[in-house]
Ligand binder design. Structure first.
Ligand SMILES: Cc1cc2nc3c(=O)[nH]c(=O)nc-3n(C[C@H](O)[C@H](O)[C@H](O)COP(=O)(O)OP(=O)(O)OC[C@H]3O[C@@H](n4cnc5c(N)ncnc54)[C@H](O)[C@@H]3O)c2cc1C
Length: 614
């Protein structure tokens, strides 16, 4: 692992991938019993940020395929670098199971994601502070949103042609490259005309200033210098790989267990890893801290197999309880998404389906990209998005009525069983619920959104879910992939509001401007009209209701322990010294947009917090 004389840091990367490019020498093996200042588990989004920053004073596992580099591929997921556990059957959805997208590659989810790069509203992050995390509100995070990003605007003629807006002040000179493509399909005019026809819509400048509901030019993680995907790897690892002798990334190593000094207090001293190259088990040690960055599905799993988690679950799996922490794997949140589809009888040419269904166009635009780095292949999924508050989905009075009914619920009835055994978890959920009820009655944060590409696909995520899922180790085979239960619609208000979101989406497509495209609803279909009809359709059709938008979060929540938190605002795991979490697991309440910008900011802030400890 060649860490030079100081040997401060190692990143255990992507140990779970089995694909792709040949890895070379020093990345392959963690020397048994090596000691570092920090051991970071997870060479993904948050892990590479923290590793880069902590060493400021180094395959798969490296994915260099076109899918990981060319923006157009953001319209589909490269499943070859994913672990794909299935979720547990959900009785609310006729026992349906769903894909769980866990990236296993250097750069983590940023290598496969949809490249949308928005921030939630100010109120979304202020909620984190309200939940007992000083310094983690919008004002506390803004410097890190800026520190992580650089924005490159489109060309001036493109800006004029499309009235593209952004807020330069929201960005800094950070490693993650953010851009709005110069290429837009002609029907995007119609999409925006439709936005303008929605009652009460506002047009804030840029989706990165915390404004909340409104119609936006949404940015992408595109490096405008070569029109390539900007990832945690390209932003935080590649630039320092050759020059940081104090950073080593080891690939193909799965962290299987944390190692402890079992004094009082318990102290994490290292990690046991198994190599996918020689199947050997090795121990690596951290002088200062072990930092978990394995993502919101695998971090709680690693904690649980190591004896940190709900005691009842650990005992049932035959695992020695090091620290009873019911929060590990609870509070699981994602953005369940309803997806409407419209057949368009009169779309313009070209449109966002043309690359797939017109061979001549396909050949032309690929040639254009390879020659000039322009055209639709240089563009990502979508730049046009409208966010709605709950009051805009329903009406202010109906939203207030939902908030009152939410507060009147017997919370335990609609939560996973673990909440009935932990009064702290229940208190924490009630604190979240009070905040959500307040947000439901204002226009300060978004309840849903429509990111649109100009074809007939119309997804709308539920950005403020009330249902809570769980990530739990497999009781009979703890070492295997965890059991992921999304629990979509376990809270009936989520189901009720999903129906309202379908109606909101239909209203958009019924607006006069959209008739230019000749839309006919194919999914669910105009015959589904009553609440029950719509709801039953969603529950029975996996393509109409995604349980996940690949935004797992919350499974090691940053909140006071008495509110069912797992880490404090210093990101240290309660009851264990020398152990921090820096990934999407710490998000206490999921923010109302896609997560990558938020995770980058969390990790930047985490690095400063950890550095300050010395
Ligand atoms: C398909 C997909 C589409 C998405 N689309 C968008 C989008 O358009 N916009 C947006 O903002 N967000 C999007 N997201 C979400 C966003 O990318 C993630 O929330 C964010 O990148 C998560 O960062 P993380 O550090 O928590 O986890 P990750 O980036 O997943 O990193 C975890 C890393 O840990 C490694 N690891 C896991 N377990 C172990 C172990 N036991 N030992 C060693 N290493 C381990 C993994 O290999 C991985 O490299 C998407 C995500 C996916 C998967």
């Amino acid at each position: 692992m060649g860490l030079g004389t100081t040997s401060p840091l190692t990143v255990l990367g992507c140990a779970l991938a089995v694909h792709s490019a040949a890895a070379t020498g020093s990345h392959h093996f963690a020397t048994d019993s090596s000691t570092f200042d920090y051991v970071v588990v997870g060479g993904g989004t948050s892990g590479l940020v923290v590793a880069n920053r902590l060493t400021e004073n180094r395959h798969s596992y490296f994915d260099d395929k076109p899918e990981a580099i060319i923006p157009w591929y953001s319209t589909a997921v490269d499943t070859s670098v994913l672990l794909n556990p299935r979720s547990a059957p959900n009785s609310k959805l006729y026992n349906a199971t769903h894909n769980v997208t866990v990236a296993a590659v250097v750069g983590g989810a940023t290598v496969v994601n949809g490249m949308g790069c928005d921030r939630g509203s100010k109120a979304d992050y202020d909620a984190w502070e309200e939940l007992g995390n000083p310094g983690w509100g919008w004002n506390g995070l803004l410097p890190y949103f800026k520190k992580s990003t650089t924005f490159t605007p489109p060309n001036p003629d493109v800006v004029d042609r499309w009235n593209i807006t952004w807020n330069t002040a929201a960005y800094g000179k950070g490693p993650v490259q953010v851009h709005i493509s110069n290429f837009q399909y002609p029907d995007i005019d119609t999409i925006w005309e439709g936005f303008r026809q929605q009652p009460g819509v506002t047009f804030p400048p840029g989706s990165s200033s915390g404004f909340g509901p409104g119609a936006y030019w949404s940015a992408n993680t595109i490096d405008a210098r070569g029109m390539t995907r900007s990832t945690a790897r390209s932003a935080y690892y590649d630039p320092v790989n050759k020059t940081r002798s104090n950073l080593r990334l080891v690939i193909g190593q799965t962290a299987t267990e944390l190692l402890f000094d079992r004094g009082k207090p318990l102290r994490a001293k290292g990690v046991r890893v198994v190599s996918s190259f020689d199947a050997k088990v090795r121990n690596v040690y951290a002088r200062k801290e072990v930092i978990l960055a394995a993502g919101a599905v695998m971090t709680p799993h690693l904690l649980q197999v190591s004896g940190i988690g709900p005691a009842s679950v650990l005992k049932a799996a035959g695992i020695k309880v090091e620290k009873d922490l019911p929060s590990v794997g609870a509070n699981f949140q994602d953005h369940a998404t309803v997806v409407l589809w419209f057949n368009l009888s009169t779309p313009s040419f070209p449109n966002s389906d043309s690359i797939s269904n017109n061979a001549t166009y396909n050949a032309t635009v690929w040639e254009e990209y390879l020659t000039n780095r322009t055209g639709p292949v240089a563009a990502a999924n979508s730049n046009s998005i409208i966010y709605y508050s709950l009051a805009q989905v329903l009406s202010p009075s109906a939203a207030a009525s939902v908030a009152s009914r939410l507060l009147a619920q017997d919370a335990r009835q609609y939560l996973p069983a673990i909440y009935s055994t932990s009064s702290a978890l229940l208190r924490g959920f009630k604190a979240q619920r009070a905040i959500l009820a307040q947000r439901f009655t204002t226009n300060t944060s978004s309840y849903t959104a429509q990111p649109l590409r100009g074809n007939g696909q119309s997804p709308s995520p539920l950005l403020k879910p009330l249902s809570r899922g769980t990530v739990t180790l497999n009781l009979t085979h703890p070492e295997s992939l965890p059991v992921v239960q999304y629990n979509t619609f376990i809270n009936p208000i989520d189901e009720e509001l999903a129906v309202a979101v379908v109606r909101r989406s239909r209203r958009y497509w019924a607006s006069p401007a959209l008739q230019k495209l000749g839309p006919t609803e194919r999914q669910p279909g105009a015959e589904y009209q009553t609440d029950t009809e719509i709801s039953d359709y969603l529950k029975a059709n996996r393509l109409a209701l995604f349980a996940s938008l690949a935004h797992p979060s919350g499974t090691c929540a940053m909140m006071p322990e008495k509110l069912g938190g797992c880490v404090g605002s210093d990101l240290r795991v309660y009851g264990v010294k020398g152990l921090s979490v820096v990934d999407a697991s710490v998000i206490p309440l999921i923010s109302g947009t896609s997560l990558q910008a938020t995770v980058y900011a969390i990790a930047e802030k985490a690095a400063d917090i950890i550095k300050a400890r010395g």
